[in-house]
Each structure stands twice: as C-alpha cells, then as structure tokens.
Design a protein around this ligand. Structure first.
Ligand SMILES: O=c1[nH]cnc2c1ncn2[C@H]1C[C@H](O)[C@@H](CO)O1
Ligand SMILES: [Zn+2]
Length: 331
C-alpha cells in the first residue's frame, strides 16, 4: 500500500503544535527572541512530547516554544502557509486547522489581525497546491472567559471565507461543559459549527454534555465514551463525528498503546470515526503516518480506508462544492 499517495482528510490539527522546527529558529532570529538552541534537532526534540508524558497537561507544555514566535502577523501567516504546504505534499486534500486566538496576543495583535493572518496563509497555500481548508477557532478552557465573545465576533466576518467552527481545547476537567453554554450558544447564533475536545482525558460524561449541552456536531477524541453507555449511544444516534488522533492519544496516556485504541471497535459498530494528526510536531507525526499506523495495526483494507475517508467528507465543515470535489478522489 502506498500510504503517501492515498487522498487524505485531516479534521483535527492544531496550528501551534504543527510548526516546522526550522521556522521556529528563523522566526526567533528575525524577531530577536532567545531560544534554547540554534540546532534544528535540539529544537525538534524540545517540541516533541515524550512517550513518558504523564498526562495531557505535560503534553500541553510543548506549545510554549512555538507560541513564542507566533506573535506577529508575518510569523503566523508563514506558519499557516507552511502547514498547508506540508499537508498538500502528503496528499491531504482537505484540512481543518484549529488554533487559539487568545494565545497570540503577547505583542498586542488584535483578534482580527490574528485570524486574518492564519486565513491569509491558508489561502496562499490553496492557490499553490491541490488542497482546500478551513480554520476552527479554539478557546482555551483554562483561560479567563472575559474575551471569548470578542474572539467569536472577530471571527464572524471570516465565516465561510476561511473560518467555519468553534472549539474548546486545553486541559479537560470533569463537568467543564456547563460553564461554556452561553458562549457556545453565542457562537452558534453567529453561524459557527461546533466541535469540542471531550472524552480525551476526561470522563465519557463530558462527551454526553458536549453533545447535549453544547450541541457539538463533532467531538475531539471522544475515546472515553467506551466507559459511558449514555455517551456512546448519543454519539451513535446523532451520528457525531469522532475526531480520533491515535499518536496523540498514546502520548497523553488516553490509551496505553495503539492496539488498545477503540477506533476499530467504533468503526465496526458504525460510529463515524475519522483519523487525524492533532499536532504534527508535538506528536511527531503526519497524516501518512497516522493512516499507516492505523491500517497496519487494525488490518484495515483499502475499502475500509475509503469508508473512513467518506465519513471524513460527511463530517467536514466544508461547503457542498468542496465535498463533491473530495468525493472525486474516492476509488
Ligand atoms: O489534544 C489536545 N487536547 C486539548 N488541547 C490541546 C490538544 N492539543 C493542543 N491543545 C491545545 C494547546 C494549544 O495551544 C491549543 C490551541 O491550538 O490547543
Ligand atoms: Zn486537539
């Protein structure tokens, strides 16, 4: 099987966890930011979350270095362009990238400047390569809530022009959903689609709440529905897309190893699973790697692969025109 040449769809990838190590060095030098090393291998090693991570919190510490060079419009635009370029080169045909606008204000950029920069970088790559994309705005669950509506307002003019959805990310505590009901309702009113990180580190009840309280159409990870029949049934009944990210789930100890990942069981039971990267640099992966690992571990056929690809098309927050284009790659 030539995994590189398969057409792919990645619906769950964080911009700040997917920065080329050389770009960190270049931008740090351009912006006179001191970084721990000028050696690309050392920078790469600092960004990759180790297998010995104890949990999601330790994994999330790897984002400080990339975020330090993502505080200017030019830096953000470049990183967005390069991520779409890297994905296009491995035959990702449709790519939804997420990021937290609140994390890019250290030098005073406005939310409009930040969101405009990621969209500009994506559009530049779309014009050069056979790839289509959209952005998802992530709110950090552990941050103060006073500017969440400002993020939603700033993204609204970009809706369906590069931005499509709203997400909650960061550390996952049991019962987090109720605090975010009014903010998510505001985003829905403005026209955002909803995906929520839930059931990654937290309990299955978070997935149930994300769907019932926050109207999530997709869930980031969702693997802990295995221990919660109500959440499992709701995902199944409402056809909620599960954005699985296998390598990341091993690093954050959501599962002990790939063979224990429930994605194959979910797939066989008819749940809408998708395969995604989460963080290309922090998880030291690509879509090609994720697809290869999953297909090999679970002995998936080419037909199984295209079934999952079709689920990704169905679950994508893309226009009907883009979905039709994506279906043209199915063999
Ligand atoms: O797997 C994840 N779960 C929860 N939050 C995450 C994950 N990967 C990245 N993030 C956080 C850290 C980033 O700074 C933020 C926005 O991309 O989203
Ligand atoms: Zn994620």
């Amino acid at each position: 099987m030539n995994y590189l040449s398969l057409p792919k769809i990645d619906l769950h990838c964080h911009l700040d966890g997917s920065v080329r190590p050389q770009t960190i060095i270049d931008l740090a030098n351009e912006q006179s930011i001191s970084i721990p090393s000028q050696d690309i291998n050392e920078i790469r090693a600092l960004m990759i979350a180790p297998e010995t991570c104890q949990n999601l919190e330790e994994y999330l510490m790897r984002f400080d270095l990339p975020l330090s060079v993502m505080q200017t419009q030019a830096g953000i635009e470049r990183i967005s362009f390069e991520l779409f370029e890297d994905a296009a080169k491995e035959n990702v045909k449709y790519f939804e990238v997420r990021f937290g606008p609140q994390l890019h204000q250290l030098l005073g950029l406005s939310f409009d400047q930040i969101i405009g920069s990621v969209v500009k970088g994506m559009h530049r790559a779309e014009a050069m390569y056979d790839i289509k994309g959209n952005y998802i705005l992530s709110i950090l669950r552990t941050f103060p809530k006073d500017n969440i509506r400002d993020v939603i307002d700033a993204g609204a003019p970009y809706l369906n022009k590069g931005v499509v959805a709203f997400d909650l990310a960061g550390a996952e505590l049991p019962g987090f959903c109720s605090e975010f009901i009014p903010y998510v309702a505001y985003a829905i009113e403005k026209g955002y689609r909803i995906t929520i990180h839930a059931g990654e580190q937290g309990v299955g009840q978070n997935v149930f709440d994300a769907i019932s309280m926050l109207k999530a159409e997709r869930v980031g990870h969702g693997i802990h529905i295995t221990g919660h029949q109500g959440a499992y049934d709701l995902v199944k009944q409402q056809n909620i897309g599960l954005e699985t990210c296998p390598s990341s789930n091993i690093q954050t100890k959501a599962v002990d190893n790939l063979s224990e990942h429930p994605l194959k069981a979910f797939y066989e039971d008819g749940l809408p699973i998708t395969i995604n990267t989460d963080n290309r640099t922090v998880s030291n992966t690509t879509m090609t790697d994720e697809v290869r690992k999953v297909m090999q571990e679970f002995s998936l056929s080419r037909e199984d692969y295209f079934n999952i690809y079709k689920i990704s098309v169905e679950q994508a927050f893309a226009s009907d025109e883009v979905k039709q284009h994506l279906m043209s790659f199915v063999d």
